[in-house]
Design a protein around this ligand. Structure first.
Ligand SMILES: [Zn+2]
Length: 439
């Protein structure tokens, strides 16, 4: 009962949208919420209590930052549910292995983020937080036309009872396992005819291919991109195939960080998370978010540095929301390429994922799919899906574009190796720009 009420409350709140007269009023409200949250976390989480020794709550902006490795190392004393890392991993891994997703420990939902083995994150969510999350998410994302009834197809690497919590008479959730073959998905979609599809853009792109080829005929009313970067190459193909704008959810283990408004602009969910911006050098308006989630108590996230690069939107969004508008999620900090400097004595030159993307897709409209991988300090591999006859010319133009990009940045041009595009298997996350070596 408490959960249903929590769901409804958050749903209605999110539905109504921002309720502050202006940004200043919003910031006053938020600061009070954060201070209350900080005081509670200090009481309940021994890890934070020790980390913040000697610093007053009101100075929370100077608390030491943490990141994923700090969180995972201190997991047992950071969460307030008394769950150990070992037992949480055991429960989550068993669920993932059996693909029977009801992992819960003493009523707390346990989830595992994707990542390379040894680098996976854990999240813990209480039933109240789960209801609040589901309410907020649906309130922010469901179009008005779907309020009455909605069938949702959710493509996930691993299901979680987080998503099943919101099923009911009017809302139904279909979990589509990303490990299943495409034919199984298209068969199910044909039978279930969802109103809303939420999936990583690589899957949306694959479905777009089926639609455009006439092998699939569904008309969902909303398409939501989740879990991967929505690449400028994929977006127009998906929008054309589905005949509508793609919406986005920016969510990770660390929280529900943002989603698109009715205008399709991605806004940070500043009513539940506080996001500090650590601007990066050499790329105006681009920053690494430092997250403080003031809605989660089970696994508090305070001044947590994400491994993401976000680009601010230049002008305000016409929707009038006081929440920060984002132009795009660019990728991960770990995927910034580093090139040798032309000037002697200078440090490595950062080549941002966006620069690489634009150099490649700007070189030719013939490119269907691509992947750029930095494999060594001066070596990049560019995988391309392009018509055979066009390939030599496209490769030449990409060489020129990357040469010009590096010259502009004051970096030595890398040696480029071209290869055919190899589709990903096993439900892995698609990163079109990926660094595989450590500088
Ligand atoms: Zn907006």
């Amino acid at each position: 009962m408490k959960r249903a009420a929590g769901f409804l409350l958050h749903y209605l709140r999110a539905r109504r949208g921002p309720r502050w007269a202006d940004r200043a009023a919003f910031e006053r409200w938020r600061e009070a919420r954060i201070l209350r949250h900080i005081a509670r976390v200090r009481r309940e989480a021994p890890f934070y209590r020790e980390l913040w020794t000697g610093i007053a709550d009101s100075d929370w902006r100077i608390f030491p930052q943490i990141d994923k490795s700090v969180m995972m190392t201190n997991f047992d004393r950071l969460n307030t549910a008394g769950v150990s890392k070992a037992e949480a991993f055991a429960v989550a891994e068993a669920a993932e292995h059996s693909r029977d997703f009801k992992p819960a420990l003493r009523g707390i939902t346990v989830g595992l983020s994707s990542g390379t083995s040894g680098n996976r994150g854990l999240f813990l969510v209480s039933p109240e937080e789960q209801a609040a999350w589901a309410g907020t998410m649906l309130g922010k994302l469901l179009p008005v036309s779907l309020l009455g009834r909605c069938k949702i197809a959710f493509f996930l690497r691993a299901n979680s009872n987080l998503y099943e919590s919101v099923g009911g008479r009017r809302l139904s959730f279909g979990f589509y396992d990303l490990l299943d073959p495409l034919e199984r998905h298209t068969g199910r979609l044909r039978a279930e005819r969802p109103d809303l599809i939420a999936a990583p853009p690589s899957m949306l792109r694959a479905l777009a291919g089926e639609l455009l080829a006439g092998r699939l005929d569904i008309r969902p009313r909303r398409i939501i991109s989740v879990a991967e970067v929505l690449d400028p190459l994929d977006r127009p193909v998906i929008e054309r195939a589905f005949g509508q704008a793609v919406h986005q959810v920016y969510q990770c283990t660390e929280g529900f960080l943002g989603c698109t408004c009715a205008h399709g602009t991605l806004h940070l969910n500043e009513d539940i998370v506080y996001i500090e911006k650590e601007y990066v050098p050499g790329k105006p308006g681009t920053f690494v978010p430092i997250v403080t989630d003031f809605s989660r108590r089970t696994q508090p996230i305070v001044r947590y540095r994400l491994n993401d690069l976000l680009v601010e939107r230049a002008g305000p969004c016409p929707c009038g929301s006081p929440f920060t508008a984002i132009e795009r999620i660019e990728g991960r900090c770990d995927d910034i390429f580093y090139a040798s400097p032309l000037r002697q004595g200078a440090g490595p030159v950062a080549v941002y994922p966006d620069f690489v993307t634009r150099a490649i897709i700007g070189a030719s409209s013939e490119i269907e799919q691509y992947r750029a991988v930095q494999t060594a300090p001066d070596r990049w591999t560019i995988e391309l899906d392009v018509r055979c006859e066009a390939r030599p010319a496209v490769e030449t133009r990409i060489r020129q574009a990357i040469g010009a990009l590096c010259a502009r940045l004051g970096a030595a041009a890398p040696t480029l190796a071209f290869a055919p595009y190899a589709p990903l298997s096993g439900g892995r996350k698609l990163r079109r720009v990926e660094r595989r070596h450590t500088p």
